[in-house]
Design a protein. Sequence first.
Length: 212
Amino acid sequence: MNMILLGAPGAGKGTQAELLAQRLSIPAISTGNMLRDAMANGSELGKQVRTYMDGGLLVPDELILSIVADRVAQPDCSNGFILDGVPRTLAQAEALDQKGIGIDHVVSLEIDDDVIERRMTGRRVCSHCGSSYHIDAHPPKTAGICDQCGGELAVRKDDAPETVRRRLEIYHQSTEPLKDYYARSGKLRILDGSQSIEDVQQSILKAIGDLV
């Protein structure tokens, strides 16, 4: 089963991808994580990626697609995969088709922008070990301090309010047309992403026919 999760930044795609990967025994492929790894490695690609992501801009298609194509060709994707964060544009979707990367299901998690902004601007990440928190949903025991290692918690640049608003603007302009593209092929399922994590997962499984 090859599947795409669509939704605005902060809609919960990453969380659902991990849960579905465990349930379906196929890998979740997060382009966001892959791009952040590239930045951390300090490679030339990583430097290019950082310029775009720190500004809240989309990484160019050629960079994204080269990463994705290499990843889905790996042996652990032979029985399927879950794409989280790609395609983000119509051109990327068409390029995936042209590369012969077939998609069975496309699930779009819908959620209001104001809810998204509260979710993302409340996120905190440990500057030492990378553990994630949220000031409302998952706060640390001591404000600003990581429970795991005692490191200082920080706001990622792409979670800053002005960057979040820019990312949402780009999403609505560039990514929402994908829903029409996949609706025409009958692959699109639109779900309420504001439900609890458990309810969203159950809705996805039902939509793709995996829930009895």
